[in-house]
Design a protein around this ligand. Structure first.
Ligand code: BG6
Ligand code: MG
Length: 241
């Protein structure tokens, strides 16, 4: 597996701690686990999250754009997202709870009719190929709707472990949900590859000590080891090359 920009040495100590800032290639072993974010990676629910927040912002007369969503809310948990959206407006805990509940009702309405067609093209084949190669698969998502979305997409059975917004206290960019996912699949973090569409998620993966693959525009992920536009019709070798 070749990755641009960094040089990895063979001992596990150096693997974790030494890298070169010189433009170069390094070789990494094939990961023992691949840990996927869900929203925006395996399916386009990130658009539904945006629409639901936009609906709430419109209700409250708060200006909110897709650009702000991409820069500040993508991958970020419910409470932290609302804190951003409120932009310093003072509200009680009760009002916060009501607004988070309202946003979630808008969101669940939008995902009500999701079907397996909304898995990224070729996504199921990729998951099958990864598992056939003997690599563990897990989900590390901030969303408390993870189980529902996986069920609607009919892909639950392709994962050996699922870590979601109910699994940890500290959300991305904290490493916790990725470390938790690695633990479920019994794999050391240094042997994991994390895949994310949010910069907060890439920061979480790197803080966890994993290799990080960003899905989206290059500029979004200053810390990613590798970036791809999307996961459409990719195979395992595309991820590792
Ligand atoms: C992340 C999404 O996966 O989950 C965020 O990228 C979302 O947009 C977060 O806010 C929390 O999701 P939920 O479903 O628990 O509100
Ligand atoms: Mg995401």
């Amino acid at each position: 597996m070749k990755w641009k920009l960094k040089v990895y040495l063979t001992s596990s100590y150096y693997k974790r701690t030494v890298f070169s800032t010189v433009e170069n290639y390094f070789i990494m072993n094939t990961p023992k686990a691949i840990i996927f974010d869900l929203d925006g990676v395996l399916t386009d629910t990130s658009e539904y999250h945006y629409q639901a927040w936009k609906h709430l912002a419109d209700d409250e007369g708060i200006p909110f754009t897709q650009e702000e969503n991409d820069a500040h809310l993508r991958g970020v948990g419910r409470r932290d997202s609302l804190m951003y959206l409120l932009k310093g407006r003072k509200v009680s805990e009760e009002q916060m709870q009501e607004m988070m509940g309202r946003k979630n009702r808008y969101y669940t309405e939008l995902i009500k009719n999701m079907s397996p067609k909304e898995v990224v093209a070729g996504g199921v084949d990729l998951l099958k190929e990864i598992r056939q190669a003997g690599i563990n698969t897990a989900i590390a998502s901030a969303s408390r709707n993870t189980t529902t979305v996986l069920q609607r997409l009919e892909i639950t059975s392709y994962f050996d472990g699922i870590a979601d917004g109910n699994s940890v206290v500290n959300g991305k960019p904290a490493p916790d949900v990725f470390v938790f996912a690695a633990g479920i699949v019994n794999t050391s973090v240094v042997d994991c590859l994390g895949i994310e569409d949010a910069n907060a998620g890439i920061e979480a993966i790197k803080a966890a000590g994993m290799m990080a693959l960003g899905i989206g525009p290059k500029e979004r992920f200053p810390k990613a080891d590798k970036v791809m536009d999307n996961l459409e019709n990719k195979n395992l070798q595309d991820l590792l090359a």
